[in-house]
Design a protein around this ligand. Structure first.
Ligand SMILES: [Zn+2]
Length: 339
């Protein structure tokens, strides 16, 4: 089954970080980090519903203005997540413009900023409405369980609070389990597909017990009738469950035990890991001073997290003429071989 996530780095590995994840069938997209997004078409930007910002160093947040510029006048709300201090940063960005004419827009754009606390236990929230000239309105904070920021039937986004000299978030995007139904086995049971099957799939994803009753469609000669069926019967005879895709995004983190433990837990078993590899291994002292990873460290984190594929990015421009060295350092550490 085709995964619903279509991830793509907006820029090359030497330019600003931003990962655009299109959601198949949803006409919607998620953004991880908000560096320069000039390369994203307005059509794609308009699809963005949620933005997950690791931290507000300029190269990760400068795209906020373009996002806002294009989304003004859009009906769909925009929700952004970030680390400690994030609501204030969003508020200041919004306050830096003159909004006296914005109430003339027929549609109100609601921007919600969510800020994950330093211990990851809760998220403070504030909304900014264009109709109120983006005045800040504080909302009730939300409790966070295991870093869960977004919980939808088709996907979940979790975060881990990491250290980059300042609090910085790492993210994992998890697709819900795929429930595949074998048409021939369904026919053997005398059952006919229909809306009831969609409800059954939902119940399976929600891990409902085997004795959950289903009102299924059943073929009776040329007619189809309703028949009561237990979820367990369907589960055991006509269904195969396949884990959904997992994408992890880690950028701008210091290499130390505490970060490593949190990252490997967040990333564990990811199909695809986007991870910063800012410095070469020979510049490890500078990487440490600047709370960044080397390519080798990025590769070993991917290995320890049992990621399936690593995409190193966010390279320092100083290595512009030796990009291959960064990539092979990361790959070698990931594969556990000497470069
Ligand atoms: Zn940074």
């Amino acid at each position: 089954m085709r995964p619903i996530f279509q991830p793509r780095l907006v820029n090359g590995p030497f330019a600003d970080p931003a990962l655009f994840v299109d959601l198949l069938f949803e006409r919607r997209a998620l953004l991880f980090d908000l560096g320069d997004i000039a390369a994203l078409s307005p059509r794609k930007i308009l699809r963005t519903s949620h933005v997950f910002v690791t931290h507000t160093h300029m190269d990760h947040f400068v795209g906020f203005d373009r996002l806002l510029r294009i989304c003004l006048g859009r009906a769909r709300p925009l929700t952004l997540f970030g680390p400690v201090g994030f609501i204030e940063h969003v508020g200041h960005r919004l306050a830096s413009y003159t909004w006296n004419l914005v109430e003339n827009y027929s549609i109100d754009l609601v921007v919600t900023a969510c800020e994950v606390s330093a211990d990851g236990s809760h998220a403070s929230r504030a909304t900014f409405n264009s109709r109120e000239r983006f005045q800040r309105r504080d909302q009730d904070p939300a409790e966070l369980h295991d870093g869960l920021l977004l919980d939808e039937p088709a996907l979940q986004v979790r975060c881990a609070v990491l250290d980059h000299g300042v609090p910085c978030l790492g993210f994992a995007l998890q697709e819900a389990m795929h429930v595949n139904v074998w048409p021939n086995r369904l026919a053997e049971l005398g059952l006919v597909p229909g809306a009831w099957l969609r409800d059954a799939k939902r119940a399976i994803i929600a891990n409902a017990p085997d004795d959950t009753p289903l009102t299924a469609r059943w073929r009776d000669g040329d007619e189809s009738r309703e028949r009561l069926l237990s979820l367990g019967t369907l589960r055991q005879s006509a269904v195969q469950c396949v884990p959904g895709q997992k994408i992890a995004y880690v950028s701008d983190v210091a290499y130390h035990t505490d970060n490593l433990q949190r990252i490997t837990r967040l990333v564990a078993g990811a199909d695809l890991l986007f991870i910063e590899a800012t410095f070469r291994g020979c510049d490890v002292d500078e990487a440490q001073r600047k709370h960044h990873l080397t390519a080798r460290q990025a590769g070993s984190i991917a290995r320890d997290s049992a990621a399936r594929v690593i995409v190193p990015f966010h390279f320092s421009p100083r290595y512009m003429d030796c990009e291959g060295a960064l990539v092979s350092e990361a790959r070698a550490a990931f594969l556990g071989v000497t470069p």
